[in-house]
Write a protein that binds this ligand. Sequence first.
Ligand code: AVJ
Ligand code: FE
Length: 429
Amino acid sequence: MTPDKNVIAAELERSRARTALLTDAVDDDDLVQQHSPLMSPLVWDLAHVGNQEELWLVRDVGGREPVRQDIDHLYDAFKHARRDRPALPLLDPAEARRYIAQVRDKALDVLDRVRLDERPLVAGGFAFGMIVQHEQQHDETMLATHQLRAGEPVLTAAPPPPGDRRVRGEALIPGGPFTMGTDTDPWALDNERPAHVVDLPAFLIDVAPVTNAGYAAFIDAGGYDDPRWWSAKGWAHRQEAGLTAPLHWFPDGGAWLYRRFGRVSPLIPDEPVVHVCFHEAEAYAKWAGKRLPTEAEWEKAARWDPETGRSRRYPWGDDPPGPQHANLGQRHLAPAPVGAYPAGASPLGVHQLIGDVWEWTSTDWHGYPGFRVFPYAEYSEVFFGGDYKVLRGGSFGTDAAACRGTFRNWDHPVRRQIFSGFRCVRELA
Ligand code: AVJ
Ligand code: FE
């Protein structure tokens, strides 16, 4: 299943089309503005994806001369915090667009000439896949910036498919070993490797993510005012940040309104809740008499096939995600209501593990046993052991190229500008 050069070129093109859509939607003033201190100006993301492509595909894989070595430091995410990026002498929008187009031409030429079995870095097209995923990840980050942006709506998409209220309750995941992670997925990143066996006791997992209605019940029950449900750290954060509801919710009489990509509307009860931090998810779970899944529990629910005992790429099998399986790729600019993807359910009846909302787990960000940096420590290793929780499954903003049953995301437990939700688990009585 090594992707051939035409597939790789098409994937590069698809990520660039998404980048263009997100950055052509607003004017140049808007591109250089900072919409939140948590985010870069969009024009930074724009040139940064090109700079990473230059570093890895043009210079490293291609062995070519630098295009713009002078700007490397501006687009090195470790050199300047997001809040400081607007003050940098960044390329302006026209320069950034020219730069990334120039890099892309060279990268495609490198792709044309390279032998994909030459070095580990390019085996199976890995370096190209890494760059495709990197751009798609920044496209999701840019979508989160759009969600924080004030002003008139500029993005549109078809609404997600309808839900099905019969999809409710919990599924039993039997105890026993399963294979977590992968050795064989050609574009899997270093943190998804190596494959290793994990033995878990049986558990019950929610068949769907927690909905807006479910989360509103926690608020109505006084959940934000009762320290019993919160960890000490979570309660301290709730107090300090003055949390009273998910980000982008605001009260309207006895109901809730929600602001999404510049449009305000009543909350849709059956939609998965989104824009909650880890601490809010954890508090809800405790209030509900449950807990958050560990990362291993989440992956077993998503990949383990009870028929064969094998771990698959997705809950529905090994077929690539189609529109019938999961809400991915910014096809819809909202999570889909619970039950919208029966074809995407796991054999044990767990729905919407992939797409819709990233799901918080209780696991701290770490390397698997036998982890080896590949190809650079700054992607994931430097964050191991930090104040980060693992998120799984991807959101409506995540592209299929950057989402699979093994894919691991992480963020600080207080972050909620990302498209984050959750589901709960429970031990057997
Ligand atoms: C995997 C989403 C945590 O955006 O910080 C992008 C992805 N790494 N450029 C991030 C990433 C370098 C990363 N996350
Ligand atoms: Fe990056």
